[in-house]
Design a binder for this molecule. Structure first.
Ligand code: PLP
Length: 396
């Protein structure tokens, strides 16, 4: 069958692939522990579910405005003021079917064929693939565990050329958990100020899952404000992955461009979800904070358990719900005939031998690492890490 060549330009998300393999093994009767998950294991808070039910009963069943209901866009502006001290108007906001669509809209609105897009590694799997779909040129900048997986101003400066159109990063970062401080963002902002052709996509979807001093956005630097596109959404902070709601805050021209694209792709985000989103963004944040407290406990435990595994080097994540240890010391080792050449092999070995699924760092642009999620209950985390320890212990 002759399908479009566009499909050859990008890959399936590795995160979804591992979850699928885990499900297949489970269907064969294996007790698989899923530490590859990119979603909170909690239920959506009650008041948000109530708002969704009410929206169904009140017949919110018609096409919504493409960019989102005006009262939701207002609620998002208030959220930016409340949480980030940022001033936006409804014309700056576009609501989409998940932050993933917000990202796709923004990249396709900004990037033309051959434009360079700088992405520091490790990065969320979708960034590079959506840029390739948009025919942009991906330019990866490697950051290491020693620099806590944060790009330095110097690396940023060196990566920018006259062809650079866009920079994409997340803070808190999926997969490393790195969180940029205000000073660090300021130093990056100083570089961007010298390069006025570069847009910045700041993915802040893990904003609430922060274990440190709190969230800072690069949009706070006024000289940059018109070029920053903040991406956020409800999936992580409100345990609403299945509702599919994301949003951007951007210059009105960028917002209009995203609205134009979305008008052809989806006609806008699900109406019931949008009503529930108002309840999430304007309502009680205690359930969100309670989830973060639980993630804090799990982070402490998983870091303790990682220390018991010889030779794993891991930074302490300041946000999100992943650890991203360097596992390259296991490359070249074997168990019987099975040789572990790289992180992909290690993930398959852990899945088949220990029945634990984790994700190869290659998918995130760092092939020396694996991503282990702690969005699973404490018992599974402990059991999963024990199995990983035992399986790695068998490698000689
Ligand atoms: N951005 C990052 C960094 C993510 O990790 C994810 C989901 O894993 C998303 C965006 C997409 O979120 P959504 O569920 O809103 O599409």
């Amino acid at each position: 069958m002759q399908l479009s060549s566009r499909l050859d330009r990008f890959n399936e998300p590795e995160t979804l692939k591992m979850a699928k393999l885990g499900r297949e093994l489970r269907a064969k009767g294996c007790d698989v522990i899923d530490l590859s998950l990119g979603e909170p294991d909690f239920d959506t808070p009650e008041h948000i579910k109530e708002a969704a039910k009410k929206a169904v009963d009140d017949n919110w069943s018609h096409y919504p405005p493409v960019a989102g209901y005006p009262d939701l866009r207002e609620a998002i502006c208030k959220k930016f003021k409340r949480d980030n001290d940022l001033d936006y108007k409804a014309e700056n906001i576009v609501v989409s079917t998940g932050a993933k669509q917000s990202l796709a809209n923004a990249v396709l609105a900004i990037v033309d064929r051959g434009d360079e897009v700088v992405i520091p590694t490790p990065f969320w799997v979708t960034y590079s693939e959506i840029v390739k779909l948009g025919e942009g040129t991906v330019k990866l900048v490697h950051t290491s565990v020693e620099q806590r997986y944060k790009i330095s101003p110097r690396q940023l400066e060196e990566s920018i050329t006259p062809k650079t159109k866009l920079f994409i990063f997340s803070s808190p970062c999926n997969p490393s958990g790195a969180v940029y401080t205000k000073n660090e963002l300021h130093a990056l902002a100083d570089v961007f100020i010298r390069h006025p052709q570069v847009f910045i996509i700041s993915d802040e979807i893990y904003e609430y899952i922060n274990f440190g001093k709190g969230h800072e956005s690069i949009a706070q630097f006024l000289e940059l404000r018109d070029r920053v596109i903040i991406i956020n959404g409800l999936s992580k902070g409100f345990a609403m992955t299945g509702y599919r709601l994301g949003y951007i805050a951007a210059h009105a021209d960028v917002a209009k461009a995203c609205e134009k694209l979305q008008g052809q792709f989806t006609s806008g985000a699900n109406a019931v979800t949008q009503r529930a989103a108002i309840a999430a963004l304007t309502g009680d944040l205690r359930p969100t904070h309670a989830m973060t407290e639980e993630f804090t406990r799990r982070r402490a435990r998983i870091l303790e358990l990682l220390k018991e595994i010889p030779g794993m080097q891991c930074d302490v994540p300041d946000g999100a719900f992943y650890v991203f240890p360097v596992v390259s010391q296991y490359f070249g080792r074997k168990n019987g005939d099975e040789v572990i050449k790289d992180a992909d092999d290690l993930c398959m070995y852990l899945l088949n031998c220990a029945h634990v699924s984790v994700v190869t760092g290659r998918a995130f642009g760092d092939p020396a690492c694996v991503r282990i999620s702690f969005a699973n209950n404490m018992q599974n985390i402990e059991k999963g890490m024990e199995r990983i320890k035992q399986a790695l212990g068998k490698l000689v």
